[in-house]
Ligand binder design. Structure first.
Ligand code: G
Ligand code: G
Ligand code: MN
Ligand code: NA
Length: 252
């Protein structure tokens, strides 16, 4: 397809960029992290990762893209340490890259190359990606945990994982999917599910981040229930690295 053809050349032509969305600690209002979200400025205009990541996954292009994302995000994390000490950068992992042979060594290499502390890198894996091969996922997650990087389960609540399974994984954080958080005001079921995820996560010693926080009322609901972190348009949209720093100066 045309898109596949363009995608093959995109890495060489340097057409990708990472945007960063602030992650806020609710108790203190402090900036604690940034989620890296890939953007593709193609010759056809901006193309969403929702469209090109599935193509990259089918064509084997996802592994070089994941390498580029990890290296770029860690280089940025290293650069930010002087001005934003301790800030953590979160990277989204495709299920395919996560299961790539030698993925754990890849992560180790990127950390060494960029001189970033593993404590400043968070890897996001979706619930669905984990449950696709539970045993294999457990093995990889344990190796990543030994490396010292943080692990988060993305889009939590949309898949079919049981919390009792998750208890066996060395996961630091659940990210409640934005589909629940966005409707906290209008939908009692979503409010109940969100509250239940927070208390169950806490019962297993796991932190919670709520995504898709668009309203102050959502933020207050989450804070009241002890949700540790949040991200969403209420705080800031994903933005280029330069804008991210400007935003930090204005906030801080
Ligand atoms: O930022 P945005 O809403 O456009 O992201 C759309 C989807 O693309 C989300 O599911 C997000 O997790 C995914 N995505 C964004 N950046 C990356 C990336 O670097 N790698 C992978 N695998 N997925 C990403
Ligand atoms: O799948 P993942 O959770 O990684 O995707 C995050 C996606 O959510 C990104 O595309 C990002 O642009 C988007 N996003 C971030 N904050 C908000 C928000 O407050 N509302 C909505 N609708 N989308 C958001
Ligand atoms: Mn994510
Ligand atoms: Na998500």
């Amino acid at each position: 397809s045309r898109l596949e053809h363009l995608l093959r050349a995109a890495l060489e032509k340097n057409e990708f960029e990472l945007y960063y969305q602030p992650q806020i600690e609710l108790e203190t209002g402090r900036l604690v992290g940034a989620e890296a979200l890939i953007r593709w400025h193609s010759s056809d205009g901006m193309i969403s990762p929702d469209r090109f990541i599935p193509i990259a996954e089918k064509t084997g292009l996802i592994d070089p893209i994941t390498d580029w994302v990890m290296t770029t995000a860690c280089t940025q994390a290293r650069e930010w340490q002087n001005i934003l000490p301790g800030i953590r950068v979160a990277v989204n992992l495709s299920a395919i890259s996560f299961r790539q042979v030698d993925f754990v060594n890849k992560v180790r290499e990127v950390l060494e190359f960029t001189q970033v502390s593993p404590d400043c890198l968070e890897l996001e894996i979706t619930e669905t990606a984990i449950m696709a091969d539970f045993k294999e996922a457990e093995r990889i997650l344990n190796s990543l945990d030994e490396l010292g990087v943080h692990l988060a389960i993305d889009d939590f609540g949309t898949g079919y994982s049981s919390l009792s399974y998750l208890k066996r994984f060395p996961v630091d954080k659940l990210k409640i999917d934005k589909s629940f958080v966005m409707k906290l005001d209008q939908n009692q079921d979503d409010a109940a599910i969100t509250a239940a995820i927070i208390s169950m996560a806490h019962a297993m010693g796991t932190k919670v981040l709520a995504e898709g926080v668009e309203e102050k009322t959502h933020m207050l609901f989450l804070k009241e229930r002890g949700c540790e972190e949040a991200q969403g348009y209420f705080f800031a949209r994903p933005m280029p690295a330069a804008d991210f720093l400007v935003w930090c100066e204005q906030e801080g």
